[in-house]
Design a protein around this ligand. Structure first.
Ligand SMILES: [Zn+2]
Length: 423
């Protein structure tokens, strides 16, 4: 990804640096060749009268780190039933959709993303296209085809249909096959391995949210093999037992972390494993599901998941754990482009402060994506990945949902989206 050439001064802004301090007024941020060289009071900023310096005057604008979508599925596309994921479109078309979703996420202020699982091996090549400036999109931490036990949540086609699932999921029986699946992903070039330790409200009959879809031995084999090859492991974890198994097996992150008892919470906090609840998805399913003929048993399961997940998220934050925000967008009732609804939801429904929510969506997100040495906070020496908003999210977080209010979305110091591009 190219770096901006030259010097830019963002002057007189409201600035939220993502490090834990509150937003401050009358601030300035300088960057040169894509690297931040000053963050602080506008009154004490170094002079910058060198020729060619770009000066952006920002009264009433808010400058913050670019957002991180920590559970991004660029290859999911208005999925309204599970079969949409495996047989609706060929890999060629899914790849084009993924490129469009990546562009949209960047336009929505998400300068980074950690994938939550990919169809085929598209993420790896999407990341390359973004890094090589072929297309625009978030700085991507790639995932691969997902690993699930045979008969588990992601194995829904009975054998008589003769549908291969190999573009979506690697189905395993036992630790040996778990190891073989990870080795396949190592060759694919992924950074993350996504697994399915548990079921979900979406499958109330045989794989509901209290069902296990992998054994501890399988999960442990995944972690040992992945860590040996320097890959990280995460998993779809709803049932308490599955969360506990993931923590004991050495998972690097938990997706959802829905139903947690005291023992599981203590284990999570002791190991400081981040959790990405992707929780607005549950509310969207409850509110919008009926219009997509979602069965009542599924909606009831989503309600139980919403209640359990909300309680867990509140506890994790209160007790000093780490939460990343990303929303499983790409379903018909929770489409791409709505990413920042997760932020409004965490403020207005879960009860996080705007500052806490934005730190989860920037600093913690970059820690999960493994890019916190480069982005995620506005500090000296970091890359200028910024979002400049025409308004004040600390007055109303919902402005984050309205990309027409984004003055600029900046990666490596280069303005990639926002209305200033066209004015
Ligand atoms: Zn997901």
């Amino acid at each position: 990804m190219k770096l901006h050439a030259g010097k830019t001064v963002i002057n007189n802004c409201r600035l939220f640096d993502g490090t834990g301090s509150a937003a401050k007024e009358s601030q300035a941020l300088h960057y040169e060749d894509g690297i931040i060289t000053y963050v602080g009071d506008a009154a004490t900023q170094p002079e910058s009268d060198s020729p060619g310096t770009t000066i952006i005057e920002c009264p009433n604008l808010t400058v913050m780190p670019g957002l991180v979508e920590a559970h991004f599925h660029p290859t999911y596309f208005n999925v309204s039933e599970l079969a949409d994921l495996d047989i609706k479109y060929p890999v060629e078309y899914v790849t084009l959709l993924a490129a469009a979703n990546a562009k949209l996420a960047l336009e929505c202020g998400y300068t980074s993303a950690r994938s939550g699982g990919s169809l085929f091996n598209i993420d790896v090549w999407l990341k390359k296209a973004i890094n090589d400036d072929v297309i625009i999109g978030p700085r991507l931490a790639s995932n691969g085809r997902e690993i699930c036990g045979v008969g588990g949540l992601m194995d829904w086609n009975p054998d008589y249909r003769k549908i291969g699932m190999e573009g979506l999921v690697l189905l395993i029986n036992g630790a040996e096959e778990a190891r073989a699946a990870v080795r396949q992903l190592v060759k694919d070039g992924v950074e993350w391995v996504k697994t399915y330790p548990t079921g979900d409200a979406a499958a109330p009959d045989v794989n509901d949210h209290h069902t296990l879809c992998m054994t501890f031995e399988e999960m442990h084999a995944v972690v040992q093999t992945a860590h040996n090859h320097k890959l990280k492991v995460t998993g779809h974890c709803r049932a308490t037992e599955g969360i506990k198994n993931a923590l004991l097996a050495g998972y690097d992150c938990l997706e959802h972390g829905t139903f947690m008892d005291n023992e599981t919470m203590d284990l999570l906090l002791a190991r400081d494993v981040p959790v990405v609840p992707a929780l607005y998805f549950e509310l969207a399913s409850i509110e919008n599901g009926p219009a997509f003929n979602m069965p009542q048993a599924v909606i009831d399961g989503h309600q139980e998941t919403l209640d359990g997940g909300t309680e867990s998220a509140r506890r994790i934050l209160k007790e000093g754990g780490r939460i990343g925000l990303g929303g499983d967008y790409g379903f018909a009732w929770n489409p791409h482009g709505d990413y920042a609804k997760e932020l409004s939801f965490f403020v207005n429904y879960v009860g996080f402060s705007v500052e806490e929510t934005l730190m989860c969506a920037t600093k913690t997100g970059s820690e999960i994506a493994g890019s916190d040495d480069k982005v995620g906070t506005l500090e000296l020496g970091k890359l200028a990945d910024l979002l400049i908003i025409d308004g004040n999210p600390f007055e109303d977080i919902r402005i984050m949902e309205d990309r027409s209010k984004f003055y600029a979305v900046i990666q490596n110091g280069i303005i990639k989206a926002g209305f200033s591009l066209h004015s």
